[in-house]
Design a protein around this ligand. Structure first.
Ligand SMILES: [Ca+2]
Length: 294
């Protein structure tokens, strides 16, 4: 293995708050546990919870993971904020840093609006969008991160950065079952905390999505997939696309339209999107990495 890839992680982490989504917490844990990655900065954004809570909970989780040394910078609406720090680091070391975005794209859009930043980042990997399917939920027609800040998602797509997206249609295929959660409880401090909150999250999902079959008895590991594919891109099948996001519509806020370049005179692609995932291979890697944590 060569040098670890250097990662900046932008997150709306809520693991630790009752009934809150847990996948950012697992994504942070994977970024710490994966030997092919080196986590150099964590920034926070409002989404699953507000930015204050996300920052506090991220700090607490980094301590549980024995990585309180990782710099943590709060995002919007703070003054000296996350976007400026992402931009500063990217420009200081062009071609070296990968930005992984697992919340709404508000910080990323602001960072990428700074001259030179889009070209200076090695890559931007995003959990966001739904490209080959749809949510089939009128209240949230776009995937959550795009739906929260569709203008930011569009700005990231327009930035010219090298972009990869894992969308909801792919990420919802990688699952954590109740049995998985209980197995984690037999591990260290992180495992015990994660197990408790994962079971609570599965309970919550079952309650609020009673007729969505896939949400019964397990929960999706959306954000961890975005972290893992930085180091292990072969877990997902990628396809070039031209993606645009609806920002103003009455009906389809946050919906992404992905042109797969199939007709003559196609648009110029602006990203790659995941179109399939090896869920079993992901699962094997996830279990192994979780077992290595304190
Ligand atoms: Ca998230």
């Amino acid at each position: 293995m060569g040098e670890p890839l250097r990662v900046l992680l932008d997150t709306d982490l809520a693991m630790g708050a009752p009934g809150s989504d847990i996948d950012d917490g697992f994504a942070l844990a994977l970024a710490v546990a994966e030997p092919a990655l080196r986590l150099e900065l964590v920034t926070t954004v409002g989404g699953n919870t507000d930015v204050e809570n996300a920052t506090r909970l991220t700090g607490e989780l980094l301590t549980v993971l024995d990585r309180a040394d990782v710099p943590l910078v709060r995002g919007l609406p703070a003054g000296a904020d996350a976007a400026a720090e992402i931009a500063r680091r990217a420009l200081a070391e062009p071609g070296e840093l990968t930005l992984v975005c697992i919340g709404p794209l508000s910080n990323a859009a602001r960072a990428l609006a700074e001259p030179g930043v889009a070209g200076a980042l090695r890559e931007v990997v995003v959990m966001g969008g739904v490209f080959l399917e749809q949510t089939n939920v009128a209240a949230m027609p776009g995937e959550f991160n795009f739906w929260c800040d569709p203008a930011a998602a569009q700005a990231v797509l327009d930035s010219g950065a090298r972009l990869r997206f894992v969308g909801l249609d792919v990420t919802r295929r990688v699952r954590l079952t109740r049995a998985d959660a209980r197995a984690l409880a037999g591990g260290g401090a992180f495992g015990r905390l994660a197990a408790e909150h994962a079971e609570g999250w599965i309970d919550h999902q079952e309650r609020v999505k009673p007729r969505e079959e896939i949400e019964q008895g397990s929960c999706a590991l959306h954000d961890p997939l975005a972290v893992v594919v930085v180091a292990h891109p072969g877990l997902v099948t990628w396809r070039e696309a031209f993606v645009a996001v609806e920002t103003t519509s009455r009906v389809t806020r946050g919906v992404a339209v992905a042109d797969l370049l199939m007709w003559q005179d196609p648009p110029t692609p602006n990203c790659r999107i995941g179109v399939a995932v090896d869920a079993e291979a992901f699962r094997a890697l996830f279990v192994e990495r979780m077992a290595s944590l304190p």
